[in-house]
Write a protein that binds this ligand. Sequence first.
Ligand SMILES: NC(=O)c1ccc[n+]([C@@H]2O[C@H](COP(=O)([O-])OP(=O)(O)OC[C@H]3O[C@@H](n4cnc5c(N)ncnc54)[C@H](OP(=O)(O)O)[C@@H]3O)[C@@H](O)[C@H]2O)c1
Length: 277
Amino acid sequence: MTNEYFKDKICIVTGANSGIGYALSEELLNRGATVYMAGRDPAKVATAAGQLSAHGDRVRTLIVDVTNQKQVQAAIEGTAAKAGRLDMLFNNAGVGGTTQYETATLEDWRNIIDTNVWSVIYGTHAAVPIMLRQGSGHVVNTGSISGLVPVPFQSLYSLTKFGVVGFSECLRYEYAEKGIAFSVVCPSFIASAIYNKTMDGKAHGELRMPDDAYPADRAASYVLDRVAERRGIIIVPEEPNTGIWRGYVKGDPDVEAFALRMAHDRRVALETKGTFF
Ligand SMILES: NC(=O)c1ccc[n+]([C@@H]2O[C@H](COP(=O)([O-])OP(=O)(O)OC[C@H]3O[C@@H](n4cnc5c(N)ncnc54)[C@H](OP(=O)(O)O)[C@@H]3O)[C@@H](O)[C@H]2O)c1
């Protein structure tokens, strides 16, 4: 499949070695882009890129820890210098975090803010001057449905993702007349390794994916269709999440009851099973 919006475009995807980032990379390649797959672990990045080797030299790799400003700056500027341009940056790397507020440490707060917020600021800080010089570009940040609707037991994660949504939306209007587009992807329950990791991004125990998790490849295809339309907020899967979001904004009593029920169910699950799902 090709899609003119992506064909021959130079794209960087962070967190590309797994989950949504991998699926976005594959779908971008399917649509004709050159993709710099960025990750912090050289072995994981090499394996992921190797799985997409059928796309030949349109698959590139970058080793970068997104919490390190110098590494992010060098990776983005180096790519633009080598490729001659940077068309799209997907600030996608992130960590999850469903936890009880009172058990979170300040170290947990710092880690999740570094990974989910500073990474997006670092990436955007490096990309915008390049895109301004070009007079074109598209920054696609990965937020979350937890950045639109409060999800009980996700206060740390929500803080980061509400920030990413607000940041992206402000810049969408600020740069609308400068040729730079901004989108923010707000996923909900996409099948990925995130459900097997703690807030520090380390894998633990068995995979506890929600039963109704949505396939990452379908999510990526839907997301890129909306990116090509230059949509601002991209909720995936669209329903019931868009309805829940609109209901929350309007003060719908059903959404209020839904959030209170979720808080109750999660507290009971935590107390009886030691897990939220
Ligand atoms: N899956 C969902 O249901 C869901 C819902 C809402 C939002 N999201 C968001 O979607 C994005 C992708 O998550 P995912 O679900 O695809 O989970 P994932 O499979 O765990 O992918 C996260 C990716 O981010 C990378 N990463 C984490 N910290 C990094 C760092 N400091 N430097 C460089 N790379 C780093 C990970 O690399 P390593 O493999 O080296 O750890 C991994 O490749 C995240 O921003 C997440 O918050 C996901």
